[in-house]
Design a protein around this ligand. Sequence first.
Ligand code: PLP
Ligand code: ZN
Length: 390
Amino acid sequence: MTTFITHLECTSCGTQYDCTTLQNFCTKCQKPLFPIYDLGGVGRVLTRDVLKTREKSLWRYREVLPLPLDVQPVTFGEGGTPLLPAPRFGERFGLTNLLVKDEGQNPTQSFKARGMATAVSMAKHLGATKLAVPSAGNAGGAMAAYAARAGLEAHVFMPSDTPRANIIECREVGAHVTLIDGLITDCGAEIANCKAAEGWFDMSTLKEPYRVEGKKTLGYELAEQLDWELPDVVLYPTGGGTGLIGMWKAFDEMETLGWIGSKRPRMFTIQASGCAPIVRAFQAGENAAPEFPNAHTVASGLRVPKAVGDFIMLQILRESGGGAITIEDDEMIRVTRDVGASEGLFVAPEGAACFAALKPLLERGKIRRDERIVIFNTGSGIKYLECYEA
Ligand SMILES: Cc1ncc(COP(=O)(O)O)c(C=O)c1O
Ligand SMILES: [Zn+2]
């Protein structure tokens, strides 16, 4: 046995697909596919005790990742980021148990490294040679770096107003960069148009089945770092939502493995006021989120006007008893310095949005001061100097 993945399954219609060839969407309903594992088999070799002996990267969860055990991953040592207490920032609002998962410490300075480590490893393993991705910035940088490490060609399509650091990073690690005068959805459409003729494999998030697997390790790490007791509340800066969706999948897998109980955190989506399709759909009681018109925000990772995993996210927010809230750009930028000065972390505006959300969530009675609250700082502020220079 070299792998515990058994097949891929459509998140909407349940159709099953082979996991030994390259796949994108479900061909019947054009929805995302999820990898499914033989968790009974996993549980016989991987236990919470065995994990204590493993390396610090996300590959410690190897049996619940899609790459066969005898295949070398494409890796920079991603994952294993610290879960840091934020007592001084928390104190401002009387919060006694505020924690930050600092994803800015990943290779390429964002949590996108997790998804790209598994997705690029699988793409290479299954025979892709040219990878293409639409990106708000960080996913492009991560894919470019992992593709270079794998010896694969990288084509990154980004909006022309993407932070400069992301654009330069992609070029300097050898990617072909195309800037589009539009949004990430326009970049995705351009790739869809060209990919057949160019022989590109489409690495758009949730349009291929393995980025979510890398992102789900956020959930495994959270449980392990909290000694297998999930927090009360999770605040997640949401664009495409892959991390939120991945964590929820991890929670279910861990419960099946007998590693955690049935308690789940209340999951909150944090979006920018200028681009809040999920917040709007959540508040309207919808099951899907239509495209958000005239999307704009300095938090480029949140500038995703239409997410293919919208229906999955909305279901998670409701099932968990969580919610969705918007933050103004000015507030993100202001709070970045509060977080920096009180905790020493230079967070990305996306992460800052979660810190900014604490006050309104407290005021609206959505979170309590004594709860264990985890914020995902998904990237480093270093990539966004333009936002802070003004
Ligand atoms: C720093 C940062 N935070 C959050 C997001 C949104 O992530 P997701 O697509 O998982 O919602 C992105 C995506 O580009 C990002 O770069
Ligand atoms: Zn389907």
